[in-house]
Ligand binder design. Sequence first.
Ligand code: NAD
Ligand code: TYD
Length: 346
Amino acid sequence: MRLLVTGGAGFIGSAFIRLALAGEGASGILNLDKLTYAGNLENLEAVAGDPRYRFVRGDICDAALVGRALDEFRPDAIVHFAAESHVDRAILSPEPVIETNLRGTFTLLEAAREHGIGRFLQVSTDEVYGSLAAPLEAGEEFPLRPSSPYSATKAGADLLALSYFATYKLPVVVTRASNNYGPYQFPEKLVPLTISNALEGRPLPVYGDGLQVRDWLYVDDHCRAVAALLESGRDGEIYNIGGNRSLANLDVVRQILSATGVSEELIEYVTDRPGHDRRYALSSQKTLAATGWRPEVGFEEGLSRTVAWYRANAGWIERVKSGAYQSYYERNYGDRDLELKRLGRR
Ligand code: NAD
Ligand code: TYD
C-alpha cells in the first residue's frame, strides 16, 4: 500500500513509519507533518534514506496543500495521526487543539472524499469514553463522555469521520488506543517526563493523589494493531486498542524510580489537573476477533526498553527540552508549585 501518514514526525506516527518500512507492508509513505513542538525529524533518521519514504512539511488544515499532496502522491490510504495530543497543553491553550484536531480532520476527510481514497484510518483515544468507574471497561458502543478540550476534539473528529462513512461512503476506520509509552515520546507526558526528570535528579510531579488509573500500551504494539486494522478493519467500524495493563499513576512513577535507581523522595505531589479523569479502561475484544492482534510487550519489559532508550539518547532529550519546553514547563508546573506553597504543603 501507498500511505499518506499525517503527524509522522511525532511519537506514535514515527514509530508507525519505522515499523511499516521495516517490513514489506508499505510500498511508499508520504509523511505530512507541520513540525510543531512535538514533531521531530530526528525520530525518522532511521528511514530518511529509504527510497519509499518522503516528507512534506505542512499543516493538515491547509486544504490546497493537502489536495496537492494527494494529487501528486496518490495514496491508497490515509493514516491520520496528526493532532495536538497533550491534555495539559490543551487546558492551557485550547485553540490550536480545536484547529488541528477538528478542522484538520475535516480538511483531510474532504480531500479524501474528493480523491476517492480507499481507506481513512482515524487514530483516536480511549479518552473519548471519559472516566469509568471500576470494573467497567469501554467497548466500542460505550457512550462518549469526553471531559477535556483534548478528548472532546478527538470525540468530535471521530464522529465527523464516521459521518463521512454514513453520508459519503468514505471507507473510514476509527481506532481508539489507551495510553502509549516508549522511545521518542516528548517529555511532557507522564512516562517520559518522569524518566527524564529522574535521570536528571529533578522533582517528579504527581497530580493530586496519584491514584488515577490508565491502561498502558507499548507504542509498537499500538502500531501493529493500526497496521492490522488498516488491512482488515471493516469500513465504518470503531476498534479499541488497549494494553491490558491498568496501573495507578503512582505505581508507574514507582516503577520508573526503581528502573532508574532514584529515591522516592523526588516524588512531589502537586495541584491536580482540572477535570482530571480518574480511570480509563478498554475492552479490545473486537480488535482481537477481527485481526488476532494482542499486545506483546508487557509493561516491565516495555518500561525497561524505554528507560534504556532515554538513557542512551541524552542528546535527543537535551535538544527537545529547548527554551520553548522550559517556558511550557514553567507555565504548567510553576503555578501548581505556588499553589502548594500557599497551602503550606511544601
Ligand atoms: P505527538 O504530539 O507526539 O505528535 C503529533 C504530531 O502531529 C507531531 O509530529 C506534530 O508536528 C504533528 N502535527 C500537529 N499538528 C499538526 C497539523 N496541524 N498539521 C500537520 N501535523 C501536525 O502525538 P502522539 O502521541 O504521537 O499521538 C498521535 C495520535 O495518536 C494523536 O492523534 C493522538 O490523539 C493519538 N493517541 C495518542 C495516545 C498517546 O498515549 N500518546 C494514545 C491514544 C491515541
Ligand atoms: P498523560 O501522560 O498526560 O496522559 P493522559 O492525560 O492523556 O492520560 O498523563 C497520564 C496520567 O499521569 C494522568 O492521570 C495525568 C498524570 N500526570 C501526572 O500525575 N503528572 C504529570 O506531570 C503528568 C504529565 C501527568
